[in-house]
Design a protein around this ligand. Structure first.
Ligand code: S3P
Length: 444
């Protein structure tokens, strides 16, 4: 990975925030659209694709394995797929940058193709655990050599033909589920995954849309997903809805900045993703859903969010899978609520782009917020709507969502909050700071 200089940014407290924002395309859906289009026979198109670094890393890797991927001047992406089983040997290492989703999904693809690929990434990604995909993909016949601690760099040699497995997920992870289903696409027979707790289901929805044979059944051990291998995928036109994980920052910003009112357009509200909005409503947030509709097979609405007096919440642990990426934003909302909020059962936060429990505890603590750290979550004592102290430089540890969450916290602080490095925001929301300036906030 080439070295990228850190980009510190000072956030000025906002007088208020108002206007309309269209959030960029959903990151999870964008990755999957590129992957499945690259495996279809014929030309697919994608509109609304998130053009963030993570998704571009997926596109570059798929190109290196033979897919033709181009962006038209109108922003529509055209993809000519190689067909399931048709991936080519990449000429060099696949650079996944900061993206765990790219790594785990693409490792699943390579695992059942007769090719070898080396996956590399930045310092954050190189610390993240890959054992969770190495175990099932090895059972399917892949030959995988990782760095100590099951980390990147990692070499994956595909097992071809692969072996269909029946696998119970030991962690609630849509990336692991998807890696197995993608490996199952080119594996003879039926590959089965059981998830004890439902995680985001974009892979299942989109595989069905591309014509794969998928059966889903609720069992007493969880949700069983079965995919029939050696599938032929038919090209599709995909419209990517807006990312609820990006909308989360505006929903919290509007809730905490006095007098604020924001309309957030085109927000994906798949129930496996919408947990933050449930938690915010439990806190008394003022969120109105307008014009509910379906975009690309996913439920979508516009959200009108107005400033509100928030009260503390005990976040139900069963919401964790549907808001796993939104805890940094939730912790910020909790920092402005009346009372002590507690979020437990979220130990997966320890292995995201950063250890999000430790990183948020440190960042909020430096800004004068009282926090208590648990192995699986955080308790946050809120200000009851008053501005927090701020006046600190916070460490984001190459984590885009920490940078955006602490930017939002800085919008209602007595002294400016400085983000030590805003550059990683480009992985999921390249226009975040420009949008903030348009809505009335300022960063310098
Ligand atoms: C994702 C799944 C989640 C999430 C990540 C995107 C996906 O990760 O945190 O940002 O697109 O499948 P896990 O599968 O590790 O929970």
């Amino acid at each position: 990975m080439s070295y990228q200089a850190a980009k510190p940014l000072q956030i000025a407290p906002a007088r208020t925030l108002s206007g309309t924002v269209s959030v960029p395309g959903d990151k999870s859906i964008s990755h999957r659209a590129l992957v499945l289009a690259s495996l279809a026979v014929g030309e697919s198109s994608i509109s609304g694709l998130l053009e963030g670094d993570d998704v571009l890393a997926t596109a570059a890797a798929l190109r290196a394995m033979g897919a033709m991927i181009e962006r038209g001047d109108d922003g529509t992406w055209r993809i000519r797929g190689v067909g399931v089983g048709g991936l080519l040997q990449p000429p060099g290492a696949l650079d996944m940058g900061n993206s765990g989703t790219s790594t785990r999904l693409l490792a699943g693809l390579v695992a059942s193709h007769p090719i070898h690929a080396t996956f590399i990434g930045d310092a954050s990604l190189s610390r993240r655990p890959m054992g969770r995909i190495i175990d099932p993909l090895s059972l399917m016949g892949a030959d995988i050599t990782a760095s100590p601690g099951s980390r990147l760099p990692m070499m994956v040699g595909g097992g071809c033909p692969g072996v269909p497995i029946r696998y119970m997920l030991p962690v609630a992870s849509a990336q692991v589920k998807s890696a197995i289903l993608l490996a199952g696409l080119n594996t003879p027979g039926i590959t089965r995954v059981i998830e004890p707790v439902a995680t985001r289901d974009h892979s299942e929805r989109m595989l069905t849309g591309f014509g794969a044979e998928i059966a889903i059944e609720e069992t007493d051990r969880g949700r069983l997903i079965a995919i029939t291998g050696e599938a032929e995928l038919k090209p599709q036109h995909i419209v990517v809805p807006g990312d609820p994980s990006s909308a989360a920052f505006w929903a919290v910003a509007a809730s905490i900045v006095p007098g604020a009112a924001l309309t957030i357009r085109n927000v994906g509200l798949n129930p496996t993703r919408a947990g933050l909005f449930t938690a915010l409503r439990m806190m008394g947030a003022d969120i109105t859903e307008c014009d509910p509709r379906s975009v690309g097979g996913e439920p979508v609405a516009d959200l009108l969010v107005r400033h509100a007096s928030l009260t503390a919440v005990d976040v139900p642990p069963e919401l964790a899978p549907s808001m796993i990426d939104e805890y940094p934003a939730l912790f910020v909302a909790a920092a402005f609520a009346a009372g002590r909020s507690v979020a437990r059962g979220a130990q997966e936060l320890r292995v995201k782009e950063s250890d999000r429990i430790a990183t948020m505890a440190a960042a909020l603590g430096k800004c004068g917020v009282t926090v208590e750290e648990f192995a699986d979550g955080l308790a946050v004592t809120g200000s009851g709507g008053e501005a927090i102290a701020g006046g600190a430089t916070v460490a984001t540890h190459l984590d885009h969502r920490i940078a955006m969450a602490m930017t939002v916290a800085g919008l209602h602080a007595r002294a400016a909050v400085t983000i030590d490095d805003a550059a990683p925001v480009a992985t999921s929301y390249p226009d975040f700071f420009a949008t903030l300036a348009r809505l009335g906030g300022a960063a310098c």
